[in-house]
Design a protein around this ligand. Structure first.
Ligand SMILES: Nc1ncnc2c1ncn2[C@@H]1O[C@H](COP(=O)(O)OP(=O)(O)OP(=O)(O)O)[C@@H](O)[C@H]1O
Length: 954
């Protein structure tokens, strides 16, 4: 802060000034005798009659205001006697002697170029009044209109503080004390803060008027100011402000300085049709203030807007009220920092800080250098800030105010309200009693949110069971629609039947073709892709309760899935979104999910984009791919939209292994494939067949099953990747399956490793290490028999079994590749079980074996308790027969050699399905075929119809 001048210093300054005046008057009259006439005509003008000596007048009244002349006048004083300038006084600047010298030099330079427009930057360096007099408004100065960002108080407030008084200073200079207009202390932008920090009274000690108060009393200045206004009104270009909606336009002729001001205002918009500029009301006050400072412009204020601060501030000042505050324009916004508090993210304004200090809940954060307040004071603060003409503090967006209404409207000493326990007496007790405590909490949360939420629990935390429970709470409002990735349609069906015994199986409708009815059941399950193809039915369909599994599938509003689902969600009363990864790379991905839950939040994406996506205007349009204010977004989501728990949060409630049977239906198997499977099944049950033939039939059935599962397996893996699963293991048995998976991963450029029987032991270790250390998406494709032992993959926590294997011991060993020392998470195990295939027999066989092992104390694992019901399996006598055959084949032999060999050498292209050709050749050939679909080999591929629709989901 500058020190006030001593009485002695003031006297000295005044003396020097008077001397300089006298010298200049002498010099002028000697050098410019021709201006004497002009001088007399000025003296005759009404506004000049009471003013000072004519020799100090800047220009001829008949001419427009000439900045060149003004510079000359100013520089005459500044250049003539540097030693007499007040900036040598400690009260004018805290700059170094070097700085003072530089300024002096600059001013001298200016005096030699007085008739040409000076370089704006030079002007800005010299002093704001000089710069402001330039025909071009200097950039530095204009910047201070802009956003008032940061805390560079001095640099922001000074130009305004000084220049606002500038018309007054100019007139005064021309009339009485020419030196005073040009003797602004040099201001180094770097020193701005310390030299020009507004004083408590709102005056700037570096302002010559403040600093030399003894020389120019305030009342005198105010009178001069009024005179200046009058003078300006008579001589300047007139314009008017006209309101138009929430904006206003300015009607005025061309004026370069004014245009420069226009261009500095953030809300500017130019209408080429009417050739007028218009602005939002938030820029009104800044514009009026800037216009006041332009000597050649007078703007009529908006009707009813109270006009510019000029008359009112003058009147106020005359009435002895506190002088006008610093007129630096600062702009900022409120940001939420916790459930209960918000902060003002805004630059420095003394008045604003004074206002902040009046708020009861104020806290100044020394780290962020920002003030924050309780939400309950938000509205009060905003209201009061609106009375500060030079401050614009944008309130919290409406969405936040709505979401946190309880805090905004009243004092909340307990910012985290308890969620009431929901009455679940109407829901199947089997389900309710199975819920883990954190799952029960989610159900309570959802019901407190009236059945609209995004349940974003980490993967494997049981979102399915929670969603079913929430939906069941609203059972009276069913029919229910469940939209899911197609690979898990039947898993959902099983889950409903498992957890809601009260639901009759025939009331569950899985929509599998475009011809199926979307509303046929009480629970209707449909895939995203199929939903988008049911446009006719969608027009009439209306569901009050909707579950969307993997809701991040809706992240792109332009996709067909999103366009199909969003209208349904808009009209639904309850919307339950499920996703372990609602946004995988950027906040923009959350928008559709947010409005699905809360349609009134951020009705325009742009507003959301500006606040949370760091929206940037690019030559091609807006770029919303960034992120901003994520802490606030998180608070908003947690308050009103989303519930998310990580595995680590609830680890103590989780079992070490979570097994899941994923029912896949090789629904798109061609008729030929179906026939092959059926024929194999028939062979097994034909009594006339020898044992040997029956066994061959069983092997064929097993092989055909592998082949039939491939598209669904690949679809499931791709869905997992799309859902953000980063690292997981896929076990398969048949080479043809392993090949198909790896080829597809290659095609999709997904990093992966493969270990099968042909991998050398050195390579096995290296590949295993590679997987363990990889931080990117990685899939380990592993042979059940070749990679079920001796390898550690603890950096993953998910194992997918693409195929079943008859020996549960081998399966459990394979599971334990991730579930071992080093594993800190609960591990997810997904068994893909295909309906209508050998899996129908293998799955119960495995369960049976495990049960026996368990009874003998040899296994702690109980598959049937941990996985969905399997009662759809082997119901008729024929099926029972096949099951018996499976059981016998795998138990009697005591050796799996035959089956293993048969599986390895399986050639899906051969008629028998049991080819003698080497597995390596076979696999490669088939892989290429299936994945490239090249015409000559297409025959083999006819086995599946529409392969690409599996491998390239939308
Ligand atoms: N309370 C519970 N009791 C018994 N089993 C449960 C319970 N909660 C979840 N499970 C089982 O845990 C497994 C994982 O559940 P689920 O598939 O619903 O998880 P998720 O959160 O949807 O995972 P993802 O995001 O991978 O789909 C399932 O087999 C499910 O049946």
């Amino acid at each position: 802060m500058s020190l006030p001048l001593t009485e002695e210093q003031r006297k000295k300054i005044e003396e020097n000034r008077q001397k300089a005046l006298a010298r200049r008057a002498e010099k002028l009259s000697a050098e410019q005798p021709q201006s004497a006439g002009a001088g007399s005509s000025i003296a005759a003008g009404p506004s000049q009659s009471t003013q000072g000596p004519s020799q100090n007048r800047p220009r001829e009244p008949s001419q427009p205001l000439s900045h060149g002349v003004m510079f000359k006048q100013q520089n005459l004083s500044s250049s003539s006697h540097g030693d007499q300038r007040p900036q040598n006084s400690p009260g004018f600047h805290l700059g170094t002697p070097k700085l003072a010298k530089e300024t002096e030099k600059s001013q001298e330079e200016m005096s030699t170029a007085c008739h040409s427009a000076p370089d704006p930057m030079t002007l800005a360096r010299i002093s704001p009044p000089l710069a402001q007099s330039s025909p071009k408004v200097p950039k530095q100065q204009l910047l201070s209109y802009d956003l008032g960002q940061g805390h560079s108080q001095g640099t922001q407030s000074t130009p305004f503080a000084n220049t606002t008084r500038e018309p007054l200073a100019n007139i005064k200079n021309f009339q009485k004390t020419p030196a005073s207009s040009s003797r602004q202390p040099p201001q180094d932008p770097d020193l701005g803060t310390s030299t020009v920090m507004p004083s408590a009274s709102g005056q700037n000690p570096s302002d010559p008027h403040c600093g030399s108060g003894g020389v120019t009393p305030r009342t005198e200045r105010l009178q001069q100011k009024l005179g200046a206004s009058l003078q300006k009104a008579v001589t300047s270009q007139q314009g008017t402000c006209i309101r138009s909606g929430d904006r206003f336009q300015v009607k005025i002729g061309y004026n370069a300085e004014l245009i420069a001001v226009f261009k500095s205002l953030p809300s500017r918009s130019y209408d080429p049709a009417t050739k007028t500029w218009n602005f939002s009301m938030s820029d009104y006050s800044a514009l009026m203030k800037a216009a006041e400072r332009l000597p050649a412009v007078t703007l009529q204020p908006l009707e009813g807007a109270g006009g510019s601060s000029e008359p009112s501030s003058s009147t106020r000042a005359l009435a002895g009220l506190p002088s006008a505050p610093s007129l630096a324009f600062v702009k900022g916004r409120c940001m939420l920092i916790s459930r209960a508090r918000f902060e003002a993210d805004i630059g420095y304004s003394e008045d604003l800080i004074a206002l902040f200090k009046q708020m009861d809940s104020r806290i100044y954060d020394v780290k962020t250098r920002k003030w924050n307040f309780l939400l309950e004071e938000h509205n009060k603060l905003i209201e009061r800030v609106r009375c500060l003409p030079q401050v614009q503090l944008d309130p919290l967006p409406k969405t936040l105010v709505l979401a946190f209404a309880s805090q905004v409207e009243k004092t909340s000493l307990h910012p985290t309200p308890d969620v009431p326990e929901a009455d679940l007496s109407g829901v199947d007790s089997k389900l309710v009693s199975t819920l883990m405590p954190f799952q029960r909490a989610a159900v309570n949360f959802a019901i407190a949110k009236r059945g609209r939420l995004l349940l974003a629990d980490d993967m494997g935390l049981g979102k399915t069971i929670q969603a079913i429970c929430i939906a069941a709470f609203y059972r009276k409002e069913w029919p229910l629609l469940v939209v899911v990735p197609s690979s898990v349609r039947f898993t959902w069906e099983q889950a409903f039947l498992r957890w809601l015994p009260s639901l009759s199986p025939d009331r569950v409708n899985v929509v599998v073709t475009g011809k199926d009815c979307l509303t046929a059941g009480l629970v209707n399950i449909v895939s995203f892709d199929l939903l988008s193809r049911l446009d006719k039915q969608l027009k009439t369909a209306s569901f009050k309760v909707v579950i969307i599994d993997e809701s991040h599938f809706l992240k792109n509003s332009k996709t067909a899935r999103c366009r199909a689902a969003m209208p349904l969600l808009k009209v639904a009363k309850r919307v339950i979104l499920l996703s372990g990864t609602p946004a995988m790379s950027r906040p923009a991905e959350l928008y559709t999910q947010i409005i699905a839950v809360k349609p009134t939040f951020f009705p325009q994406f742009h507003a959301f984009g500006l606040r949370y996506c760091d929206a940037k205007r690019q030559p091609w349009g807006w770029d919303y791919s960034g992120s901003s204010n994520l802490a606030e977004l998180k608070l908003l989501l947690e308050e009103a939209v989303m519930l998310r728990r990580l595995k680590a949060d609830v680890l103590s409630q989780l079992p070490a292994k979570q097994r899941k049977m994923v029912v896949i239906v090789p629904g798109r198997i061609s008729a030929r494939a179906r026939a092959a499977l059926d024929a194999a099944a028939k062979e097994m049950t034909t009594t006339s067949k020898t044992k040997r033939e029956q066994k061959e039939a069983l092997i064929l059935f097993f092989n055909r099953t592998a082949e039939a599962k491939i598209p669904s397996v690949i679809e499931y893996i791709l869905d997992l990747l799309e859902s953000g699963r980063e690292k997981f293991l896929v076990f398969a048995h048949h080479k043809v399956v392993l090949d198909a998976i790896t080829k597809e991963l290659e095609r999709k450029h997904v990093q992966h490793i493969r270990i099968d029987g042909s991998t050398s032991s050195a390579d096995r270790d290296a590949l295993c290490q590679q997987f363990q250390l990889s931080e990117r998406h990685t899939v380990a494709v592993l042979s059940i028999t070749a990679a079920n032992m001796g390898l550690t993959f603890s950096s993953a926590d998910l194992v997918v079994f693409a195929e079943l294997f008859w020996n549960p011991g081998v399966l459990i060993q394979a599971e334990d590749r991730v579930h071992r020392i080093g594993q800190t998470n609960s591990v997810g195990i997904h068994y893909l079980v295909a309906k209508g295939t050998a899996d129908d027999y293998l799955w119960p066989l495995i369960q049976e074996k495990i049960k026996v092992l368990g009874q003998a104390g040899l296994s702690e694992t109980n598959f049937s308790e941990m996985t969905e019901a399997t009662d759809y399996l082997y119901k008729d006598p024929k099926q029972q027969k096949i099951y018996d055959l499976f059981q016998k084949s795998f138990e009697e032999d005591g050796s799996d050699t035959e089956l293993l060999e048969a599986a390895e050498s399986f050639d899906p292209g051969s008629a028998s399905g049991i080819s003698g050709s080497g597995s390596q050749d076979l696999g490669d050939t088939l892989g290429e075929d299936t994945l490239t679909g090249s015409p000559p080999k297409k025959r083999r591929f006819e086995f599946f119809d529409n392969w690409d629709s599996f491998t390239s989901p939308l």
